[in-house]
Design a protein around this ligand. Sequence first.
Ligand code: ZN
Length: 281
Amino acid sequence: MHHERVSENVYWFQSEVYAQVAAGVVAGPQWAIVIDTLALPEETLGIRDFVEHEVGVQVRYVINTHHHADHAWGNCFFPGATVIAHSLCRKLLEERGIPALENAKKLNPAFRQVKIVLPHLTFGEGGMSIRIGKKNLTLMPASGHSPDGIAALVEEDRVLFAGDAFMPLPYVVDGDADDIVSTIKKIGRMGLENIIQGHGDIILRGEIETAVRENLNYLTAIRKVAKTAARRKLPEDYLDENGVESCGKSRVYLGGLAEELHRRNLQALLREEWAEASKKK
Ligand SMILES: [Zn+2]
């Protein structure tokens, strides 16, 4: 697992085993906040170890940016902490996370020690704010990748933990393409120093404008491909012809998962186009 100091008392962690998923820590003088919990127990425990031994405090709060496994299944490794998330995250973790974990345990023994811990403290559209040391951490809805997505802003440092609403390749299969467009535009207007993406590397101030534009262009491109495919006799063939690179993104993103995720994006949007078309009939 890589880790890096982002600003004073703010740290970033990135998985070396799964899709470059990222997590964060904001530390105060007495306790710390963990933002997301990575994919595998050993990495989650690595974060806890870092906070307890390098920073020298205990984790009081764990924030889940959304309910997906690689962000929320490590809650159980912070037994004394209060877990905070969007109210929909609690609902989705309960409805989908619990059965998905049972399945995962059969496939991967590493998950046997995992237990879903549902968020204790939840909020809705209004967001919430936590004072930690001399900093304010503001939590706000950031949907699009999933309906329960939130982002966490370290106000004083202008560092945004964006969750999967911001990734090297926007992924909308469990979310909504229109929502993610408005979330990405909003992030682009926030005057940030860094964007900590849910997956991939930290985006620096000078790179934000380009990253925002490229993500919006990609979303426009896949919408167009899906619209055209929906009118074709062989829509799947048309999707095959429009790989991730032809939509402006590199196939090496996300530890090489980009092509696969892109393909699933196209299929999800194609299903949406068909649903729209059948409504009009
Ligand atoms: Zn993720």
